[in-house]
Ligand binder design. Structure first.
Ligand code: IPE
Ligand code: IPE
Ligand code: MG
Length: 248
């Protein structure tokens, strides 16, 4: 039996975010260079995108490259950037077939030109698709994002457009790069690392966290289903007590 059959379609998370980790270790286990693992991670991306759209998720955010990842050896960074261009180019077909619209968050101006143009083109070509939004976090880190948000709000205060007394949580959300998306209800991290690594810190305030030892290149549709089944077993209390949440 598939975990898919255990999913309650009425209680799907609207937004799932994934920290795709473990490509390097996956390759090393096979005696290969780390980039071999990155290449094999592409299939996993395709699988979760298809599975997410088939299930009816509205948003799927994938952490593909962090601000801190720029500090990796130049050869690995270059290989990752090349792979990104190739993948976006090749997988546009998958996006069309599954009616998925591509979006991106992060310090995109920092990306090399071929990626930026490939990305911008794929985003505009898929803008009309309406089954699921696939959001790539590229050159993204949460502290980068929050710092930018504070700067923007501070500039508006200086210009007299915002009164500091009016700053509230909604205003902050509206200035984040995720302003167009709801917060993820479920955050998955692969590879057995139990940390967040500077991903969506504000947005995951009440997300359910799911850690799996699976390395990213081994992650398949079934693994996504399993994570969602686990998520659906949990009681989300948001600070209240069980009886309140259950309406007793
Ligand atoms: C995740 O796999 C991909 C990126 C961060 C770009 P890693 O490259 O971090 O693989 P490990 O964690 O070293 O195994
Ligand atoms: C997090 O993975 C970033 C991405 C998955 C893109 P890392 O491999 O960079 O995280 P750390 O360094 O182990 O925390
Ligand atoms: Mg890693």
């Amino acid at each position: 039996m598939s975990f898919k059959d255990l999913i309650d379609k009425q209680r799907l998370p609207r937004h799932v975010a994934i920290i795709m980790d473990g490509n390097g270790r996956w390759a090393r286990l096979r005696g290969k260079y780390r980039t071999y693992g990155h290449r094999h991670g592409v299939r996993s991306v395709r699988e979760v995108a298809e599975a997410g759209a088939e299930l009816g998720l509205e948003y799927l955010t994938l952490f593909a490259f962090s601000t801190e990842n720029w500090k990796r050896p130049k050869t690995e960074v270059n290989a990752l950037m090349r792979l990104l261009v190739q993948t976006i180019h090749k997988e546009i077909k998958t996006l069309h077939e599954n009616n998925i619209s591509l979006k991106a968050i992060g310090d995109l101006d920092n990306l090399p030109e071929p990626i930026l143009s490939e990305l911008t083109e794929a985003i505009s070509e898929t803008a009309k698709h309406n089954s699921m939004s696939l959001i790539l976090a590229l050159s993204y880190s949460s502290r980068w994002e929050i710092t930018g948000t504070i700067r923007t709000i501070a500039e508006k205060v200086r210009a007299g457009a915002i009164n500091p007394d009016d700053i509230n949580q909604k205003m902050i959300c509206d200035h984040l790069s995720t302003s167009a998306f709801p917060d993820p209800e479920l955050l998955i991290r692969t590879s057995g690392e139990n940390r967040i690594s500077n991903f969506l810190l504000w947005q995951i305030a009440y997300a359910e966290l799911y850690f799996t030892p699976k390395l990213w290149p081994d992650f398949r549709k079934e693994d996504l289903y399993e994570a969602i089944v686990d998520y659906q077993k949990r009681e989300r209390r948001f600070g209240k007590i069980s009886e309140q949440v259950n309406g007793k």
